[in-house]
Design a protein around this ligand. Structure first.
Ligand SMILES: [Zn+2]
Length: 68
C-alpha cells in the first residue's frame, strides 16, 4: 500500500483521512479552499460554478471522513 504524507502537517496520513492524517487537517485544507488560498492567480471567480465546485469538494471530504 502506498504511504501518503499529510499535506498539512507532513505526518503520515491515515487511510480513513487520506491524504490527510486527521479530520483536523482535512478541515484545514478545506478551509484553505474556502478562503481562496488555492485560487489560481489571475482567475477570478465570477459565477456560481465556483461555488458548485466548493460544494463538490465539501461532499468528497465528508465522505472520506465518514461523518454520520
Ligand atoms: Zn496532518
Amino acid at each position: 500500500m502506498k504511504k501518503y504524507t499529510c499535506p498539512i502537517c507532513k505526518k503520515n496520513s491515515k487511510d480513513k483521512f487520506s491524504p490527510f492524517c486527521s479530520d483536523t487537517c482535512a478541515n484545514k485544507d478545506l478551509g484553505n479552499w474556502l478562503t481562496g488560498r488555492y485560487v489560481i492567480p489571475g482567475e477570478k471567480i465570477t459565477d456560481d460554478s465556483a461555488f458548485d465546485n466548493l460544494e463538490l469538494i465539501d461532499t468528497n471530504i465528508k465522505d472520506k471522513l465518514d461523518l454520520s
